[in-house]
Design a binder for this molecule. Structure first.
Ligand SMILES: Cc1cc2nc3c(=O)[nH]c(=O)nc-3n(C[C@H](O)[C@H](O)[C@H](O)COP(=O)(O)OP(=O)(O)OC[C@H]3O[C@@H](n4cnc5c(N)ncnc54)[C@H](O)[C@@H]3O)c2cc1C
Length: 584
């Protein structure tokens, strides 16, 4: 065996993930005067952030002058069903305008009003129009601007680097082990500070708005193994409108901007049914409410011909649709030859966003493992039990920047860079154990997991279904040990899929454990056997990994609101009749 089995890369700050959170973190670190390396498993131009469509929130008040950070704060807390981390929400609401203006200046090119100010559109459950946008390509515009800035700053970004392990000794993180998906070459990335920005886990449901080979829960797996705590993993947002057909891409997002721009939801009987569920806000109600409405219309037999409901914007002109919703217009023409300016779309709920995630300090985004920070969708805390559309893009810029700043400050304060050869040897062994012949292949097992999550931990959950889901997951764990993993002419994709699967299984188990503990219905977490929201569950459920690889559940009190912040929330109208919807 060769003495050296890997290349070594040394930097002050290592960023894992080249999505919006990772890039914004890297830029901040570099601007602070330290050397930074970014690695990601996908091509940087095509990471998950690129999918973000409808927009990013900032309370400029450009269209509705009454808007304020205070109102943004209150809307987020209320729609999060009071589970959000108040300090995090406050920071987001206050800092969003500055960061949105900055990214616009870096080239995100948001739509403008005639007076030159950034235009703002409605997104569901916002009191005012505060969502800034670039057509329905907002994520792409933001990502492009970040990549351009990172290039100007000469930040190295390495694609196709698959991280298998964070390198941790005595609760101190000193980097990560990765292999190149194309040729299997391993690299030990050493750093004073590491920022985990590796996204969420919604691809582990059968219907998902993510794509193949992304959002499979890697960040949660890496974080748990490193000693991080996850919180509120059961809180997964099901977006009300995913495509229904064609089957191969079922779940692909139909952006909320369609409703924001005036789209109507219609059932199979031709009724505009949102009046029954939220007569005031209709299609612009909260995501959880619209998702449940769609779910119930379909479950109770009033669905569309392919088992969805209809979303219709054909009352608007073709010109308007092409200007405001260019991606949606093309998406339906490309996949179904359907002209949405003439015919309605068929839509149904789809797994969309991980609201739970790694617990972090609200200001620094330190994880509690020394030297390890986290940012973006992989963190928990901001969105509570129901994310407001447009808040995630704000989050990745704001907390990406904060994590980058604090990670670089930590590096600047250190005299020595730590490393442990033993931990590196173990990281090699962790990869080696997969490289063997076996009688199982990863893709079918992934499909099985996605079915389990959809059937047992989907839009509506019960104790029995969750229990059965855990039993099926236990069986899957056995199959993972029998995986056949060998490099071939395509590279090391098998190995990537093996890790993806192991990570996805751990993320799935954490989610089901949280869902079992939360014996209530709150926001996106709906239990048919516990239909009410209960004060006693106004807590965060946490998950840790113990040394014996067992996931352990915990419970934490919510952080209290200051009197000033509480009065902001109290002054905003709240819809409370959501409980019991399942019975109607
Ligand atoms: C269809 C769609 C539309 C959306 N629209 C909006 C919207 O309009 N407004 C809004 O606010 N939010 C929206 N969102 C949510 C938002 O896009 C995401 O939450 C956000 O982009 C997440 O960014 P991130 O940087 O945290 O992670 P990501 O963009 O997911 O990046 C994760 C990175 O980690 C890397 N990675 C993962 N695992 C590994 C590993 N093992 N090794 C190495 N690298 C790894 C990936 O390759 C990638 O580079 C939308 C989401 C979807 C799916």
């Amino acid at each position: 065996m060769n003495a050296v089995r890997h290349k070594t890369n040394i930097s002050n700050v290592l960023v894992i993930g080249s999505g919006g959170a990772g890039l914004r973190a890297a830029i901040e670190a570099k601007l602070s005067g330290v050397e930074v390396t970014v690695i990601g498993k996908r091509k940087k131009e095509d990471v998950h952030t690129v999918l973000a469509a409808g927009g990013i929130n900032a309370s400029f008040g450009n269209v509705d002058p009454k808007d304020s950070w205070q109102q943004h704060f209150a809307d987020t807390m209320i729609e999060g069903y009071h589970l959000s981390e108040p300090k995090m929400v406050e920071l987001m609401a206050k800092e969003a305008p500055g960061l949105v203006e900055e990214i616009d200046q870096w080239g995100a090119n948001f739509a403008k009003l005639e007076n030159g100010k950034i235009d703002q559109r409605y997104f569901g459950a916002h009191t005012y129009r505060r969502t800034c946008y670039s057509g329905d390509y907002t994520g792409r515009s933001i990502l492009k601007a970040l990549i351009k800035k990172a290039k100007e700053l000469k930040i190295p970004i390495y694609d196709s680097q698959y991280v298998t392990e964070l390198l941790v000794h005595n609760n101190l993180c000193f980097g990560a082990m990765a292999f190149d998906i194309n040729n299997g070459e391993r690299t030990v990335f050493l750093a004073d500070s590491t920022i985990l920005a590796a996204g969420g886990h919604t691809r582990i449901w059968r219907k998902s708005s993510s794509r193949r080979n992304e959002n499979s829960g890697d960040a949660f797996y890496l974080g748990l193994k490193a000693g991080c705590k996850l919180k509120d993993m059961e809180l997964v947002q099901f977006h009300p409108t995913g495509m229904v057909v064609p089957e191969e891409i079922a779940g692909t997002l139909v952006t909320e901007a369609v409703r924001g721009e005036g789209g109507h939801l219609i059932n199979g009987k031709g009724e505009r049914y949102m009046a029954k569920y939220d007569a005031d806000r209709m299609e612009l109600s909260t995501r959880d409410r619209v998702a449940m409405a769609n779910y119930l219309e379909i479950a109770e037999g009033r669905g569309s011909k392919n088992g969805g409901v209809y979303l219709d914007i054909s009352h608007k002109s073709k010109e308007f649709i092409i200007q405001k919703l260019p991606r949606m217009y093309r998406q339906f023409l490309d996949t179904l030859m359907l002209d949405i300016s003439k015919e309605p779309m068929e839509v149904a709920p789809t797994a969309h966003y991980s609201m739970g995630g790694i617990e972090v300090d609200p200001e620094t985004h330190n994880t509690g493992v020394e030297g390890l920070f986290a940012a973006g969708e992989c963190t928990g805390g901001l969105h509570g039990a129901n994310r407001l559309g447009g808040n995630s893009l704000a989050e990745i810029l704001i907390f990406g920047k904060r994590a980058g700043h604090h990670a670089s400050q930590r590096s600047l304060s250190l005299d020595i860079q730590y490393r442990s050869k033993q931990v590196i040897r173990e990281a090699h062994a962790n990869i080696d154990r997969f490289l063997k012949h076996g009688d199982q292949v990863a893709r079918p097992l992934q499909r099985e997991l996605r079915n389990i999550m959809w059937e047992h931990c989907g839009v509506v959950r019960t104790e029995d279904k969750l229990e059965e889901g855990l039993r099926r997951i236990e069986k899957l764990k056995i199959s993972v040990k029998l995986l056949d993993v060998r490099p071939d002419s395509e590279g090391f994709e098998d190995l990537m899929l093996a890790f993806d699967l192991e990570g996805a299984i751990m993320a799935a188990e954490a989610t089901i454990l949280g869902a079992k503990a939360r014996k209530e219905s709150r926001g996106a977490h709906q239990r048919a056997d516990y239909i009410d929201t209960h004060k006693e569950h106004e807590v965060n459920y946490t998950i840790r990994l113990e040394a014996n690889r067992k996931l352990v559940l915990g419970k934490e009190k919510l952080k209290p609101l200051t009197d000033e912040l509480r009065s902001l929330v109290d002054d905003t109208d709240e819809i409370t009749d959501f409980e019991g919807m399942l019975l109607e």
